[in-house]
Design a protein around this ligand. Structure first.
Ligand code: PGA
Length: 250
């Protein structure tokens, strides 16, 4: 079986660098050769976490743990107050960047056009874009066909004209995020197949993660499925024991 990716999305958590380092150390101690682990943390914590990891990493052993960013701006540098570009992130060893998370779309008013610019820049720079897509509840209520059409349209807009590059898609139905009500695993797998089909011609084999209320108990229902290549985990990634269970569910 191909290796699965378990990605954490810490969002605006935890409240301090000290707590971030503590959580990171607990997670870094977990080793599962069948899983790659990615920790997407707030920008501010990337440096202390990268330092911690450098000190922790046993010499000579290839790491299964990487640090990622929760967002990125599309300009490399310049007069863009608050902006942080892909190459700045890369200078901390970050090569994976989430883009288009539904919370960015909601709270920061990110449009598909903005997500598209981010995707272009990240892929052009040679980094891995983890593009988040997913339908709202009103669409899911109309059935799988409607949900698939919604997600395909999102992919088309978000990836319009982007260069071929390292792309991962996280399928995160909006209604499943933080609600305790995950998608039915068979629906998530059907959507993953639909996403792969839609992207195959341009990108070849694309990994599709599932995200939305994944926890230690439910993770295996998703990540053991052939079409689902891993999970993007929010709330449960903030509890080291819970996140360990998810990593070990593979
Ligand atoms: P959740 O969040 O695991 O808390 O549902 C997932 C996400 O937003 O990536």
């Amino acid at each position: 079986m191909a290796k699965k990716l378990i990605a954490a999305n810490w969002k605006e958590n935890p409240g301090s660098a000290k707590d971030a380092v503590r959580l990171f150390k607990a997670v870094a101690a977990v080793q599962n050769p069948r899983a790659d682990v990615l920790i997407c943390a707030p920008f501010l914590f990337l440096e202390p976490l990268a330092d911690t990891y450098r000190r922790l990493r046993p010499a000579g052993r290839k790491s299964r743990l990487a640090l990622g960013a929760e967002d990125v701006f599309w300009e490399e540098k310049g007069a863009f107050t608050g902006g942080i570009g892909p190459k700045m992130l890369a200078s901390f060893g970050v090569r994976h960047m989430l883009i288009g998370h539904s919370e960015r779309r909601k709270w920061f008013r990110e449009t598909d056009a903005m997500v598209n610019r981010k995707a272009k820049q990240v892929l052009q720079d040679g980094f891995t874009a983890i593009l988040c897509v997913g339908e709202p509840r009103t669409v899911r209520k109309k059935g799988s066909r409607a949900a698939e059409a919604f997600v395909r349209a999102q992919l088309e807009k978000d990836l319009k004209g982007v260069p071929k590059g390292k792309l991962i898609v996280a399928y995160e139905p909006i209604w499943a995020i933080g609600s305790g009500e995950g998608a039915r695993p068979e629906d998530a797998a059907t959507m993953a197949r639909c996403i792969k089909r839609a992207l195959a011609r341009k990108f070849g084999k694309v990994k599709v993660l599932y995200g939305g209320s994944v926890d230690g108990k439910t993770a295996r229902n998703y990540v053991t499925l052939k079409d689902i290549d891993g999970a993007l985990v929010g709330g449960a990634s903030l509890k080291a024991d819970e996140f360990k269970k998810i990593i070990n569910s593979i």
